[in-house]
Design a protein around this ligand. Structure first.
Ligand code: NCD
Ligand code: ZN
Length: 335
């Protein structure tokens, strides 16, 4: 089989940044084949109210007409019901919780999860999805996700009607906790956490373009993530966590966290699902489970991946994808 026809997929976790560069990242999302993207709010300044959300969506829509923009806001402790109601009215679909200091642009994040409980209460009433960066900043870096899960379970119990997503799951325990949490709980999986481990990042020469939060983990964790994806478990769907940084900020003494994976995600995932003999599970992972969780219709369009080797460009607008220069088997048919 040399041609793969897929429903046009969604990417439920992307960073499109701010300023003039955001036009490039938004257009890249379209070129990479995505119909809709869930746009993260950790811009500078962040998306925290209806005015900033509408401004941001407007600029992205002008840059990439036709790209489905699912907007989020950054959760701040003390956000008022009025602000949250206005965000919902402006079209926000989700709020993103960043624990303080845990990743790129999160210095203004929430210190203790409990501090945001009043916000979660209102989000539950408004039926806004809660997206969690699930890492405890007080824990050792490698353990941050697992330590966070205790707070996650308490949160799950406290707000039974809230839809909650554990973003970019990186551990076996993270998957287990989402499974146990049941129906209104889901997790996103990135291509890099599915395909790489900490050894790829730092086992030999350091590969800064694989450095992201949460850190890549052990091969046992990767195996658990892979099994969840190819089994077609509907609680787990794709969110690339595509996070472009300038090459000079990645190949640096203080390397920024984030991998720019959007342009390579579909070819990488096609190869991976094919190797596992699970190509029929690719479409639900990319285009069905996430849409269902968010209560969105499935995308009507299609795209074609062809088995035609291509070399990943060394840079996209100054950002380097993790596998720059490598040859991939599948490529998106130009439309
Ligand atoms: C993301 C970024 O660069 O904005 N970085 C990352 O390492 N994943 C933020 C995030 O999602 O944690
Ligand atoms: Zn992210």
């Amino acid at each position: 089989m040399d041609r793969l026809v897929l429903r046009q997929p969604d990417d439920f976790h992307v960073h499109l940044r701010q300023g003039s560069a955001s036009a490039d990242w938004a257009r890249d999302a379209q070129k990479a084949g995505f119909a809709r993207v869930l746009v993260m709010p950790n811009t500078v300044p962040p998306v925290v109210d209806s005015a900033s959300l509408m401004r941001y969506r407007h600029s992205l829509a002008a840059a990439a007409p036709g790209l489905g923009l699912l907007m989020t806001f950054k959760i701040m402790a003390g956000m008022t019901t009025e602000t949250l109601t206005a965000l919902k009215a402006a079209g926000a679909v989700a709020g993103k919780l960043y624990p303080e200091g845990v990743t790129t642009n999160s210095a203004d994040g929430v210190r203790h999860l409990k501090d945001a409980y009043p916000v979660f209460e209102v989000m539950q009433e408004l039926d806004l999805v809660l997206c969690l960066h699930g890492e405890d900043p007080g824990a050792f870096t490698f353990d941050r996700e697992v330590v966070f899960l205790k707070d996650f379970r308490a949160l799950r119990q406290a707000f039974p009607r809230l839809r909650i997503i554990l973003e970019h799951i990186s551990t076996r325990e993270g998957l287990e906790t989402v499974r146990e949490a049941g129906e209104r709980t889901a997790g996103t999986l990135t291509a890099h956490h599915l395909l790489y481990t900490f050894d790829d990042l730092a086992g030999g020469a350091l590969r800064p373009h694989l450095f992201c939060k949460p850190l890549l983990k052990r091969s046992e964790d990767r195996a658990a993530l892979q099994a969840a994806a190819v089994a077609g478990e509907k609680q787990f769907f794709f969110g690339s966590d595509s996070a472009p940084h300038a090459k000079s900020n990645k190949e640096a003494a203080l390397c920024s966290a984030g991998c720019y994976t959007m342009p390579v995600s579909l070819p990488l995932l096609a190869s991976f699902f094919e190797e596992r003999g699970a190509l029929e599970k690719l479409d639900p992972f990319l285009s069905v489970f996430g849409a269902e969780f968010y209560g969105l219709p499935r995308n009507p369009g299609q795209l074609v991946l062809e088995r035609r080797p291509w070399v990943v460009p060394l840079e996209y607008h100054g950002a380097v994808p993790p596998n720059a220069g490598e040859t991939l088997d599948w490529q998106l048919q130009e439309v």
